[in-house]
Design a protein around this ligand. Structure first.
Ligand SMILES: Cc1ncc(COP(=O)(O)O)c(C=O)c1O
Length: 396
């Protein structure tokens, strides 16, 4: 049995009713939405419309048509960045961003098309909204900020950043890859113009699902052009959302799973889910902090976190820790840079990275305790395997 603690990569398992719904969908429906008047097509159309409406409810979006489905968060972030930024623009972002934000920006910057300012973080890995304010210039059109770090779990103060970005007249893009489904998000209250999210992490849906909320102030250039099933007489991609940004047959099976997982989340309530995940995170933090031999990164207080913990055992490479947890105790955690090299440069953990442990909705206290025991065993073995105890261990 695997103890799965890599929910920051993708959540596992999914709620049982998601599996049931997928099977039912494959066996009974499976038509193509918006492309036929027969019942199977209408059922598929309802899946797409319901999923949009549920996401709108979750993010307090007034018009569900402003939610556009994508393949994953990367797809949504590329769509947002490349659809808004123009030559000569200035973009403000942070050192914490995932490669799905930093790589598109880096490329545009290296081509000499845009200028980018990367705001730093506190030792706990949090951005100060004042630093964002100071980075804004007359040419700033976009501010792109990660909501929850996929390296340290640190939550960023997007509610404080949004209003100052809006006041400046720029667009605010939030990468909610680690928070959508885990932390309440109200796009209006936080002044978010573009919200990118995956369906397969804390929203408990399938890989191959994700989305982008496009606020009323933003006009995005088309991303894919092609069939929409409606307005087919037009020679160009319709300007109306969601068709302006959705073309081709959607991942209806994935959306059927996402509809079910969203209903699950809304039924149990996000505050319950967050309380559960924070309790597990705090248990893990307390365990490793009490042990004292591990270096733990990110906010000390779990209230400023999502359920993501990065740590290192001094003297033991992160990949060796992850491999040992898997081999000795069947515990699945992730080691390395987690696709966010800038975050590791800020933390001082570049280029080896960290061991990332990310509990999820279905993780139990027993699993956290098993992980703690395995970490302690590993630290004990490391101690005994040295004739001379490692310097770092002595200092701990
Ligand atoms: C913060 C962050 N942004 C973006 C992504 C990319 O998400 P996806 O795999 O859905 O494209 C991830 C995935 O780990 C992430 O953690």
């Amino acid at each position: 049995m695997t103890v799965y603690l890599d929910n920051a990569a993708t959540s596992f398992p999914k709620p049982a009713r998601v599996y049931e719904r997928l099977r039912e969908y494959l066996e009974r429906y499976g038509g193509c939405p918006g492309r036929g008047g027969y019942r199977m097509a209408k059922e598929a159309e309802a899946v797409v419309a319901d999923t949009r409406a549920l996401l709108a409810e979750l993010f307090s979006v007034q018009d569900p048509e402003r939610i556009v489905f994508t393949l994953n968060a990367t797809d949504a972030l590329n769509m947002a960045i490349k659809g808004t930024v123009m030559p000569g623009d200035h973009v403000v972002t942070t050192v914490l961003e995932h490669n799905s934000v930093s790589r598109p920006l880096n490329r545009l910057e290296r081509k000499g098309l845009i200028q980018v300012t990367r705001v730093g973080v506190s030792p706990e890995g949090r951005v100060d909204p004042e630093d964002i304010r100071h980075a804004l210039t007359a040419r700033t059109t976009l501010v792109a900020v990660i909501h929850g770090s996929n390296v340290t779990g640190a939550l960023q103060p997007v509610e404080a950043i949004g209003p100052l970005v809006r006041q400046h007249g720029a667009w605010f893009l939030v990468d909610a890859s680690q928070t959508a489904g885990a932390v309440p998000i109200d796009v209006e209250r936080a002044g978010i113009d573009l919200l990118a999210f995956p369906g397969h992490k804390a929203l408990l849906g399938l890989p191959g699902t994700g989305g982008l909320y496009v606020g009323p102030r933003v006009r995005l250039a088309p991303w894919r052009e092609g069939g929409t099933g409606v307005l087919s007489e037009l020679p160009l991609q319709p300007e109306m959302l969601p068709y302006a940004l959705e073309a081709g047959s959607p991942n209806t099976l994935g959306l059927a799973g996402l509809r079910e997982s969203l209903q699950f989340i809304l039924q149990y309530g996000m505050s319950w889910i967050r309380t559960h995940e924070l309790a597990l995170t705090q248990r893990l933090l307390d365990g490793v902090n009490t042990d004292g031999r591990f270096k733990v990164y990110g906010p000390a207080d779990s209230a400023h976190r999502v359920a993501v913990i990065s740590l290192n055992l001094p003297g033991c490479p992160p990949e060796a820790v992850a491999e040992r947890l898997d081999r000795a105790a069947g515990i699945a955690v992730r080691a390395g840079l987690h696709c966010a090299p800038g975050a590791h440069q800020a933390l001082g953990t570049f280029p080896r990275g960290t061991v990332r442990i990310s509990p999820g909705y279905f993780t139990t206290e027993e699993e956290i305790d098993a992980c703690l025991r395995a970490l302690q065993d590993l630290a004990d073995d490391q101690w005994h395997s040295h004739d001379q105890p490692h310097e770092a261990l002595l200092r701990a």
